[in-house]
Ligand binder design. Structure first.
Ligand code: FAD
Ligand code: MG
Ligand code: MG
Ligand code: MG
Ligand code: MG
Length: 552
């Protein structure tokens, strides 16, 4: 026992002597990873199997292939095809798994406080010691303070997907009962998606596919015009983090497919049989409306988990971001002892430095023109170039950079038709303040996990071999490896028999089978194992031949 709370310390792993490989790792530095999602698993995949004594702690014992989760809600894919056991993934590094929740971290004692319910439902609590700790606990759904969310469905994990699938099919069955009134049938078949981001949009598209492809086959009694799919979006466009043209395309596509997209609308309350929402009119007034519904999906963005909130509070003023744990550019958690603790994925963000980046850009720009950066005058066309560059480096800024001409006019305080250095800096500072974090995507979590694995491998090599004499200020991270840099590889969304790509430099749309196939193969390539690939391929083949299994 020990630590500030005098809890048992899980110091010894009985299975450390199980095999020769494990015996070799017994005295290696203890690397503890919190979370077995995209970030954690990317790290495990690239870690040198001889370098660390690895322990993963997570309440779920599987990795979930989230990009395909919307497909699983309607039975296009089987749920088991989207998951992979963490213990299998850990095999490569001969690691350990503890199925439990991390609740707190004692940074000075290097202990993670962990809890779990035992077989009798009693809570057990203990510490797990670490030498290096990686926090990769992801995020939770953002409730936005809306009432009645117990009546809504979320889409984060396998249980959620299973719940949605059962409800959708159950509603179809109820709608077919001879005793169901017309009005009740329309309500049961009215599906509402709150949130016009990629998850909401993809779910709507999958649902729509299901309705068109399989419904007439299994439920010939149901009339197509009795079914409705609605997307309620608070912004003025759906997919608003994508290029404007992409969101336009998606909206037109949905309009053609009779998916009802309601923008500038906010859900206020979810009741068991209806949704109450407000809609902003052109003149700025709000109108409150009601929509009878038999199903509501809540997918309006992410919020920090309980652990992230606890840690942010504990670390105090160095953690200023309300949405995620802040790290430095080496992904070290700000405020924790240097080099002990890292944070990656949805739960973390690298401190923004849009302004720094642009100032470097401006220096180069001025230098090329043989001028002093302080005297540079940016015309609108130059500004457009700068903005493109910012968008590419900081995709999360795209939304704030939509009205380029308006921004230019607003910050050209002296109305000279050009932005000087000071004006541009003000503009970028404002954007920087508005930027919350790097995008909460699998793509980013994956890059950070890989980056960290490579760095940890390097560190292990160095410590095994030569002593490091020339580490400045004890900053081993900076001495052995470069800073993390995010490479935006584009956004991608499935919108129903076609896919939209937003590749940063431009956008493209592809319709028809080819696009769908490309869309899927992009995820194929990202997919974690051959097992998963085979299972998915079998699911698609099966669906093509026999349709979806509509049982619940
Ligand atoms: P996660 O993958 O969420 O993993 C978190 C892990 O931490 C889990 O194992 C969890 O059990 C564990 N955990 C939670 N709390 C604790 C705790 N207290 N202690 C220990 N462990 C804990 N991104 C894309 O790039 N492209 C897409 O198409 C895409 N589609 C998506 C579709 C859906 C339906 C969803 C929900 C997400 C989608 N995303 C997509 C986003 C992507 O899934 C996330 O950005 C990504 O999962 C983040 O990885 P992570 O490792 O930070 O967290
Ligand atoms: Mg993770
Ligand atoms: Mg995951
Ligand atoms: Mg998606
Ligand atoms: Mg000016």
């Amino acid at each position: 026992r020990g630590g500030p709370k005098d809890l048992p310390i899980a110091e010894f792993y009985i299975d450390d002597d199980d095999s020769e490989a494990r015996r070799r790792l017994k005295d290696k530095p203890r690397l503890v990873v919190l979370g077995g999602g995209w970030g954690g698993v990317a790290l495990l995949k690239d870690l040198d199997p001889e370098a660390y004594h690895v322990t993963v702690i997570a309440p779920t014992n599987y990795f979930l292939f989230t990009p395909m989760l919307p497909s699983a809600t309607v039975g296009t894919l089987e749920l088991r095809s989207l998951v992979e056991p963490i213990r299998r993934i850990l095999g490569r590094v001969n690691g350990h798994f503890i199925r439990a929740k991390a609740d707190d971290i004692e940074f000075s004692d290097k202990l993670v406080e962990v809890s779990q319910r035992d077989g009798d439902g009693k809570e057990v609590r203990f510490y797990v010691p670490y030498d290096k700790l990686v926090i990769a606990v992801g995020s939770t759904t953002n409730p936005h303070g809306v009432k009645g969310l117990e009546n809504a469905f979320f889409l984060k994990n396998i249980d959620d997907a299973r719940g949605i699938r059962n409800r959708v099919i159950h509603n179809f069955e109820l709608a077919c009962l001879p005793t169901t009134s017309d009005e009740e049938r329309r309500r049961l078949l009215s599906f509402v998606v709150s949130g016009g981001g990629p998850t909401g949009v993809e779910f709507a598209a999958e649902l729509y596919d299901l309705l068109n492809e399989d419904l007439s086959r299994y439920f010939p009694r149901l009339l197509r015009n009795e079914i409705s799919v609605h997307i309620i979006q608070s912004r003025s466009n759906i997919l608003n983090t994508y290029d404007e043209a992409v969101s336009k395309y998606a909206e037109e596509h949905f309009a053609r497919d009779q998916v009802n997209v309601m923008t500038n609308s906010r859900v206020k309350e979810v009741q068991p049989d209806k949704i109450i929402f407000t809609q902003k009119q052109d003149d700025g007034t709000l109108i409150t409306k009601e929509l009878p519904t038999g199903f509501c999906l809540w997918s309006t963005g992410v919020a920090p988990t309980a652990l992230s909130r606890t840690l942010a509070k504990k670390l105090g003023s160095v953690q200023t971001n309300r949405h995620a744990l802040e790290t430095d550019t080496h992904l070290r958690l700000n405020g924790s002892p240097l080099g002990d603790v890292y944070a990656i994925g949805d739960c973390a963000t690298v401190q923004n430095n849009v302004a720094d980046h642009i100032i470097t850009f401006l220096r180069t720009y001025a230098w090329k023109q043989g001028k002093d950066p302080e005297t540079v005058q940016l015309h609108f066309t130059d500004w457009r170039r700068v903005a493109q560059d910012v968008k590419r480096r900081f995709p999360q800024a795209s939304d704030h950079l939509k009205r380029l001409d308006k921004l230019f006019a607003e910050f050209d305080k002296d109305q000279s038709g050009t932005l000087d250095f000071g004006e541009l800096r003000e503009l970028l500072k404002q954007i920087d303040n508005k930027l919350t974090s790097l995008p909460a995507t699998a793509q980013r979590a994956h890059q950070q996990g890989r980056y960290l694995a490579q760095k940890l491998n390097k560190m292990a090599q160095l410590q095994d071999g030569l002593a490091v004499n020339d580490i400045r200020d004890g900053d081993l991270d900076a001495a052995v490896y470069k800073a993390f840099e995010y490479h935006h590889l584009g956004n991608l969304a499935y919108i129903g028999n076609s896919a939209v790509f937003d590749l940063g430099k431009g956008w493209s749309i592809a319709g028809g089978l080819w696009a769908v196939y490309t869309w899927r193969s992009v995820y194929f390539a990202q997919s974690v194992s051959l097992r998963t690939r085979l299972l998915m391929a079998m699911d698609w083949a099966k669906r093509g031949l026999f349709g979806r299994d509509l049982i619940s």
